[in-house]
Ligand binder design. Structure first.
Ligand SMILES: [Mn+2]
Length: 423
């Protein structure tokens, strides 16, 4: 028998968008509605794929409901699945733990919750499918829930639903900690995990999958977000496929200004970057954090004309993306162009690299050896790249110019402090 499951987690329906009001011109409504629109897309996916079961691995809600509208929205959409014969199995995570959500609604009968006191198993006789799982009674759950899950049922497809950070994932509280070995030991075919907002295939034998959250909620939840479609065939997992369902795409766009001499050069580089990012967002609203970096001649102008640059960047974003592109934040992290003479005098590994690069420039033999080294690369390049005014030149005569670029790029990377996220 062949059928499909859809696995999603961390919907955080109606998650508040803290501080969005601070930003002038933010498309607040579109972002505020994003978690609901992504949930709509999840329902559509289940219908299109004719899935038989939708698995929701916790954190359907972000916290206690302020009124009943979030719950009613869920019920309304899930009812569409009943009409199409799609069952739903869900459990509670830390955000929607039993103790945390004080309001409640009776869910339709085709929506089954796995309890919070002990692991439960739901058998889908006609599919030869068993789903095991236990939800959170309280948010701050530190026990290994998986260790108490039952062993796999013979001659059925076994799925474990669990909200966990496994043995720890950066940026995620270590709730319901467990070891991969414990999961493997249960003998299930597929572990449908939740909690970690970054998509991750932890294992393929058996499948252990974090689908990631359904919709990114801020600039630290970047890239495609969505659900996982699981195809079961003849009692085994035949296919596992990620589907992007997000309606707002968050990205951090780094613009390397190392080679820019002026503000205009930086804006030219930015245009190309924005155009590519808008294309990749494929019609979604793109919420981008801009990060201008590099040791550059344009640094002084960027500092002096900060407001002007910011306004130009926003105007450029409107030109490139219209209503579908919003610059969430513009960070200028450039430093002055490198003082090469000073670097070459430094008595450390960076200084040694700088000195070696400088020496190489006047060493004819070394330059020829370098060109010979690159001849192999040159032979592999398509001929159109080797013709015309912008042709790539890799012969010995072109080496000094190439070394200039290498020097700036390499030394700026080596000598700059690493840029840590500060928030
Ligand atoms: Mn969680």
């Amino acid at each position: 028998m062949r059928f499909k499951l859809v696995h999603a987690a961390d919907l955080h329906l109606d998650s508040p968008l803290r501080g969005l009001e601070r930003y002038a011109g933010a498309p607040a409504e579109r972002i505020r509605n994003a978690t609901r629109r992504a949930f709509d897309a999840l329902i559509e996916l289940c219908l299109e794929e004719e899935a038989r079961v939708l698995l929701l691995a916790g954190d359907l809600f972000d916290g206690d409901w302020k009124d009943y509208s979030s719950g009613l929205y869920l019920v309304q959409k899930l009812t569409r699945l009943r009409e199409a014969g799609v069952a739903v199995v869900w459990l509670r995570g830390n955000h929607d733990a039993e103790s945390r959500i004080r309001k409640s609604l009776t869910l339709p009968a085709h929506v089954r919750e796995l309890g919070v006191r002990k692991p439960e198993s739901i058998v889908f006789e006609e599919l030869g499918l068993v789903v095991h799982g236990q939800g959170y009674a309280t948010a701050d759950l530190r026990e290994d829930l998986a260790a108490r899950y039952p062993r796999a049922v013979d001659s059925a497809v076994n799925v474990g639903l669990l909200h966990t950070a496994l043995s720890g994932r950066a940026g995620h509280e270590p709730y319901a900690p467990c070891r991969l070995e414990t999961l493997v030991d249960r003998g299930y075919d597929y572990w449908a995990l939740g909690h970690v907002h970054q998509r991750e295939i932890v294992s393929i034998d058996p499948w252990v999958v974090f689908p990631g959250n359904l919709q990114g909620r801020h600039a630290r939840e970047t890239g495609p977000k969505g659900a996982t479609v699981v195809t079961v065939d003849a009692n085994r997992i035949a296919d596992v496929e990620a589907r992007a369902l997000d309606v707002v795409r968050w990205e951090v766009l780094e613009v390397d200004a190392t080679f820019a001499r002026t503000l205009e050069d930086v804006l030219d580089g930015l245009r190309a970057r924005l155009e590519a990012a808008v294309r990749a967002a494929d019609g979604r609203l793109l919420a981008a954090r801009l990060r201008v970096t590099g040791a550059t001649d344009a640094h002084a102008a960027l500092e002096r004309k900060r407001d002007h640059f910011t306004a130009e960047a926003r105007a450029l974003a409107l030109d490139v993306g219209g209503d579908d592109l919003w610059l969430e934040k513009i960070q200028v992290l450039t430093v002055p162009a490198l003082d090469l003479a000073a670097l070459r005098r430094r008595d450390d590994p960076v200084g040694q690299v700088a000195a070696a690069l400088a020496a190489l420039r006047t060493d004819r033999e070394a330059l020829e050896a370098l060109a010979a080294e690159l001849a192999e690369l040159r032979a592999k390049l398509p001929s159109e790249l080797l013709e015309g005014p912008d042709a790539i030149r890799l012969d010995a005569a072109a080496m000094p110019e190439l070394l200039d670029d290498v020097e700036r790029l390499l030394l700026s990377r080596l000598s700059l402090p690493s840029e840590e996220e500060t928030e």
